[in-house]
Design a binder for this molecule. Structure first.
Ligand SMILES: NC(=O)c1ccc[n+]([C@@H]2O[C@H](COP(=O)([O-])OP(=O)(O)OC[C@H]3O[C@@H](n4cnc5c(N)ncnc54)[C@H](OP(=O)(O)O)[C@@H]3O)[C@@H](O)[C@H]2O)c1
Length: 280
């Protein structure tokens, strides 16, 4: 059944948004509009470019009837916190909100990046025991460290700027390490949560790294999904290690946000199908 979105935006049909700056290239509308269609809901999801100065008014506007909530992306994930009525445990600990849920005039901040990553790791068959190394110390790394620690993993944080890794681990736990100080033969999961490799097939957060040091069963998970195969992934695969890009995490964080807004547990394949071909 096709959905008439032109009616959905003007009537009382449910709506959800992405607030980001820039927003034009977001993949979220494809995923959420496919989910609305699958669930038989005449709703609409729109990506909107929201400069930082406009964020408070736009968030306040989410309290209107018919609005399910919003996703947040750069640069709003942290600055939105004081604008909300309540935070989930994950959002409070990570210090970042990627999903606002509107319930009867109240705005609740959640972070679905963290459980989205864990679901994607599960789909990819990641070993669930052994130390995990996280590359990066920004918002995505915070979500990864929190989620992996909540799952009982030993976590090592490796970042270009060591002081940021130390600050992160002081707050969230885990151990900040230089590359040379990691016992790589024990690391069963390597997560790239740095932005190295984003849009650049020649960039890597781990130059001159011998992926053969990792155990044979180790998974290299790159949160970057454009290009579909990053240099980190290519080098890991050349060394015979399993590697996945971040599309699974992107799909699962959207699935979890959609479920929080609508109550519908839409299969992740609906979100993945909506992303087909976008990274090539
Ligand atoms: N798949 C998904 O669903 C998903 C979800 C969230 C984020 N992401 C991706 O995750 C990545 C990080 O996002 P973020 O919001 O955490 O970004 P961020 O806050 O800007 O943090 C970027 C991190 O990357 C490091 N970095 C940047 N360039 C580097 C380089 N050339 N070599 C080594 N390290 C480098 C920075 O190190 P310094 O501290 O030294 O500056 C910093 O730790 C982005 O690519 C984003 O698209 C994917």
């Amino acid at each position: 059944m096709s959905v008439d979105h032109s009616l959905a935006v003007t009537g009382t049909a449910p709506r959800a948004f992405l607030f980001a700056d820039p927003a034009a290239h977001s993949l979220s509308p494809r995923m959420h509009n496919a989910a609305f269609e699958w669930a038989g809901i005449s709703g609409q999801y729109q990506a909107q470019q929201v400069p930082a100065a406009d964020l408070p008014a736009r968030v306040e506007g989410l309290r209107q009837p018919g609005i399910l909530g919003a996703n947040l992306s750069l640069p709003h994930k942290e600055s939105v916190l004081p604008l909300l009525d309540a935070l989930s445990d994950a959002a409070r600990a990570i210090g970042a909100v990627n999903t606002i849920i509107h319930r009867d005039g109240q705005l609740i901040g959640d972070n679905t990046d963290a459980p989205g990553l864990m679901a994607a790791l599960d789909d990819a068959g990641a070993p669930d025991r052994g130390p995990a190394a996280v590359l990066g110390a920004g918002g995505a790394a915070r979500a990864a460290v929190w989620a992996l620690r909540a799952a009982g993993r030993e976590v090592l944080v490796v970042n270009r700027t060591q002081a940021r890794a130390e600050a992160l681990t002081r707050e969230l736990g885990g151990r900040a390490c230089a590359v040379a100080a990691v016992s790589w033969a024990e690391v069963t999961l390597l997560v790239n949560a740095s932005s190295a490799g984003l849009g650049d097939p020649y960039a890597t957060p781990l130059a001159d790294f011998a992926f053969r040091q990792l155990p044979a069963e180790a998974l290299v998970y790159d949160m970057v999904y454009k290009p579909a195969e990053t240099r980190l992934m290519r080098e890991a695969r050349e060394a015979g290690r399993h590697a996945e890009n971040g599309l699974g995490m992107l799909a699962h964080q959207a699935r979890l946000a959609f479920q929080a807004w609508t109550g519908h547990d839409v299969p992740v394949r609906i979100f993945l199908d909506a992303l087909a071909g976008v990274t090539s």
